[in-house]
Structures are given as C-alpha cells and as structure tokens.
Design a protein around this ligand. Sequence first.
Ligand SMILES: *Cc1c(COP(=O)(O)O)cnc(C)c1O
Length: 399
Amino acid sequence: MNTVYFDNNATTRVDPAVLAAMLPYFGELYGNPSSMHTFGGQVGRAVREAREQVARLIGATPEEIVFTSCGTEGDNTAIRAALAAQPEKKHIITTRVEHPAVLSLSQHLEKNGYELTLLGVDDKGRMDLDELREAIRKDTAIVSIMFANNETGTIFPVAEAAAICKERGVPFHTDAVQAVGKLDIDVRELPVDYLVLSGHKLHAPKGIGALYVRRGAAYRPFLRGGHQERGRRGGTENVPAIIGLGMACDLAAANMAEENTRVLALRDRLEQGLLAAIPDAIVNGDVANRLPNTTNISFKYVEGEAILLLLDQLGVCASSGSACTSGSLEPSHVLRAMGVPFTYAHGSIRFSLSRFNTQEEVDHVVRELPRVIARLREMSPFRAGSEAEAALAKPACSC
Ligand SMILES: *Cc1c(COP(=O)(O)O)cnc(C)c1O
C-alpha cells in the first residue's frame, strides 16, 4: 500500500484541479496584476475572480477579503488591527486551546503591555459562554475564539460568542482555518468582525490565506508598502496561489455536503474499528460536535511518538498530541487544558482525513494499529510502578 495520509489538519494535498488552474500563472501569465497594461490587466482580472470565489464560500463581499501569506499572518493582522485601532484598550481575551498563531501572539502581547484572559475548556474541549461574558471588560480590545480546534476537531460556539461581543461593543476575531471548507460558514449570519482561513488546509497550496474584514470593522495594515489589496496589505500578490485558493474555495462550495458525508463515514469507520479492537482507548474532544474529518484517540500506557514511528513504517501519516520540548514529552496544550489524564494524554494520536482518502486505507490502519499498540504496551514502562514517575523517567524521544 502507498502512503496513507491521515494528517490533513497539518496540511492537505493540492487538488489536481487547483494545480491545473494555477499552472498558467507560473508560466505565460506572469504579469503584475497592478500594471496598467493589458498583459498585467488580464492577471488582475483573474485575481479579482479568485477574490469573488473566496468571498462566495463564506458569504462575504469581495471588498471584505484581504489575501495574506498564510493563516498565521491573517490571525496576526486581525488581532493587531483591533489593538492598533483602540490604543487605550489593553485587554485581550482568547482560549487556552488556540493554535499558536493566536496563542503565541497573545502571550507575546501580554509581555508587552497587554493583559490576557485565557478562557478554559471542559474535559470535552468545550468553552463556557458565561465565562466569556464575565471576562469582558470596558478595556477589552479583542476577543479571539477559534472556529474549530485543529487537534480534536471540537467546534466552538462562534455565533453565540460573537453575538455576546457585538452586544458589548467588543471586536471579535475567529481563526476559522480548520473550519472553512469543512463546515458551512456564512458571515452574513455570523456577527464576526474578522475571520481567517488558510489555503493549504483546504487543498490549495501553502503560503496563501485570506482575512475577512467586515465592512466598517477597524483595520490597520500589518504589512505597509504598495497599494495592493486596496492599501490593506503591501506586497505584490502571490498570483498563482491566489488563483489556486479561489479554485479550492469553488471546489469546497460545490462538493462540501457530499464530501462531508463520505469523509465522516470513513472517519467513523476508522474510529469505531480502532475502539473495538484496542482496549483502554478513548476519543478526545466533543464527539457530538466536531469536524467531520478528525478523530483524536488516546491509547493508554503508550507514547504517541512511538506509535507514530511504527505507523510511519507502515506508510501511515498521522500526528501525535505530544511534542518534544527540551527532551521531555509534554502533552499538547490542548489536551492539558482539557485535563486529559496523564497516562492517556501521552498516547494521543490525531487522524485527520480528506476527500482523497479511501475505505481501503481506513481498513489498513484498523488492521495494523492494534498490533502496534499491543507491541508497545508489552514494552511500556507505564504498566509497573507509579505512572507519573515512570513517564518522567522514560527517555524515548524521537525528535
Ligand atoms: C494550520 C493552522 C493555522 C496556521 O495556518 P498557516 O497557513 O499554516 O499559517 C492557524 N490556525 C489553525 C487552527 C490551523 O490549523
């Protein structure tokens, strides 16, 4: 069997139709979309069409779309724009389970004159809207809450949270990188001021993203330069990637419902197959309300990194919920925020599927993984003695 790619929340394959749409813009159509001549103008027209395609997927108008270099830039731009527009306000609210694109920026700002409130989550990764209500202050400059979590797939109550913020006059940003292309999103029904998406999470290339800025929302450019993006982001446009993103958004809009049904069935087959064959395994996240493509499963007593290594030998790509920091394995900040028990958190694996996966691939993993887990459990030092101490003493680190 060839590579089985179950790591689509990390990045996705560029759809062949997206690649085909992009290729002419690497070749003969190399004009600058800002040029006055006809040669550049035809490229400018293609960029305009791509902007319409992106806007259409989320119910925005083309004027509300700013192309960025990635999701991270979109998140940074939105949060910084809200802060710069309200210099007297020094309070930021976000959650403990955000992607580093939001969390690490927020923690940096906390060291530089801002106060930060991190909202917690329960054991299923769900936030509490009352906690948000109580956290909002007169000097709150921005609330940032992700649409769906990249590690567990848990979906956040963004419409409700944004409505609370709107009522209190606080700008609201959502990192929707994992949600766009997987969930129906319509900003006409969602009172958010800023929404961020990233191309490479929805079968467009890496290095392109988009920031939705609601008409009338405060804005300050992050990159100052030329007048591209109507003065909202300097820098010559990444034309091929923009064209690719437009096509990817069109494909998502056309196929989302049907694909979701198919991908969800594959995800459930994988999850149920593994849970039936492997004892002491639990699913992390809000099982009743999560992305259709994601399952995050913890296998008690084993290291996620060891599982990944053996899966890799079987040609299976997934990712683990623990990361190596300074030689010791730390469970991810998401699983820690959820209070996943230590012996489970270390053995967590995220499988994230896409339109390109097949039932044959799912069955391959359901067949092979139980053997892998059984083998690792035989060697596991967790079984005897104190669990926590055994884990701290364990040297196995693959990075
Ligand atoms: C991948 C991801 C990002 C970052 O997007 P890039 O385009 O890689 O910068 C931000 N937020 C979430 C939830 C993501 O999954």
